[in-house]
Design a protein around this ligand. Structure first.
Ligand code: ADP
Ligand code: MG
Length: 326
């Protein structure tokens, strides 16, 4: 099981930031309203993710760690020829196979918390009592300690932490009601408080994307029966560039999409605006109108009515920019 898990890990657990992304998504799936992330040495030494979600019951702890019950493949060579794993249900098992992972959790209806970790080649899971409030903590120590090739691939702590910081930004922008805390080497680095009021949303945007962007950005809001586009667009002035602040979400998932970029560029060009604009935009459309998950780690989508979506985005942005200019 360890080998199979390690291969699955190779697909998506590329670096500490990918671990953080997977684990934070689990917290959100568990209905957490607060997620705390502690990082040591860029995540290669220690990643701790603590949430106040529904928790994992004692009897499910082992299962959560060992989704890959059996594997038909015996060697890495075999595996390379059938590289078609989905990553669904494999994050914990995969991460656990390339680190020392401890899962601690308590559910509402349990009087005690429980802790689980997998050991050795067979990844046998041990479960023992622990102290923990309702919710879950996942501790990931010594990432890639047993896959030296991957470990060598890691960059400087600062670089790895920057990737984590960016991964959190992407999630936090899509989940304004969740409180996130990020620290590095014992120092608080980010605090994104949950936002409800307009003013709180503005403060959160500033915390995540920078005060200059939040100040320059104006609201985008367009929609018809099928499509909704909302968020912020900030056009840079002078020395400033906002090209680092470019986030586009489709039904809550971040995507990188040529069609979207093209529509955006056209809208800016149409109005003689600089192309280094920043944006945080959310497109909502019926799920059957779009294929996501082409690959879990790439952020690609395929719109069924690509032209229609393109023109809708172009129109929405163009109208907003026109209004700004008038
Ligand atoms: P997936 O999220 O695709 O189901 P994972 O390997 O990421 O697969 O997680 C396995 C399972 O462990 C989840 O389905 C969930 O039941 C449980 N789990 C993981 N993290 C948490 C968490 N933070 N809170 C509650 N349950 C969790
Ligand atoms: Mg998951």
């Amino acid at each position: 099981p360890q080998l199979a898990n390690q291969i699955a890990a190779g697909e998506v657990v590329e670096r500490p930031a990918s671990v953080v992304k997977e684990l934070v998504e689990n917290c959100l799936d568990a209905g957490a309203s607060k997620v705390e992330i502690e990082i040591d040495r860029g995540g290669s030494k220690r990643i701790l993710i603590r949430d106040n979600g529904i928790g994992i019951g004692k009897s499910e702890l082992a299962l959560a760690l060992s989704r890959h019950a059996t594997s038909k493949v015996a060697s890495l060579d075999d595996l390379e020829s059938i590289l078609s794993f989905g990553f669904r249900g494999e994050a914990l098992a995969s991460i656990s196979s390339v680190s020392r992972l401890t899962l601690t959790s308590k559910t509402q209806d349990q009087s005690e918390a429980w802790q689980a970790y997998a050991e050795g080649q067979e990844m046998a899971v041990k479960v023992q009592p622990a102290a923990h409030p309702v919710g879950t903590s996942v501790l990931v120590e010594d990432l890639f300690f047993n896959t030296p090739a991957r470990r060598r691939f890691l960059r400087a702590d600062k670089t790895e932490f920057n990737h984590i910081d960016e991964a959190l930004r992407r999630i936090a922008l899509a989940k304004p009601s969740i409180h996130f805390v990020l620290s590095h080497n014992g120092k608080l680095v980010r605090q994104y408080r949950s936002a409800r009021t307009e003013r709180q949303h503005q403060q959160r945007l500033a915390a995540i994307c920078g005060g200059k962007f939040a100040e320059a950005a104006f609201a985008i809001s367009a929609g018809n029966e099928q499509l909704q586009l909302h968020g912020h667009l900030g056009i840079a002035q002078g020395e400033q560039s906002f090209s680092e602040v470019q986030y586009f979400y489709v039904n809550g998932r971040i995507v990188r999409d040529r069609l979207v970029n093209h529509a955006l560029r056209q809208a800016l060009e149409l109005h003689g605006q600089r192309l280094d604009a920043g944006f945080v935009l959310h497109l909502e459309l019926p799920p059957q109108e779009v294929d996501v998950n082409v690959h879990p780690a790439k952020h690609e989508v395929r719109f069924h009515q690509a032209r229609y979506v393109h023109d809708f985005i172009l129109q929405g942005l163009s109208d907003a920019i026109a209004q700004l200019q008038s």
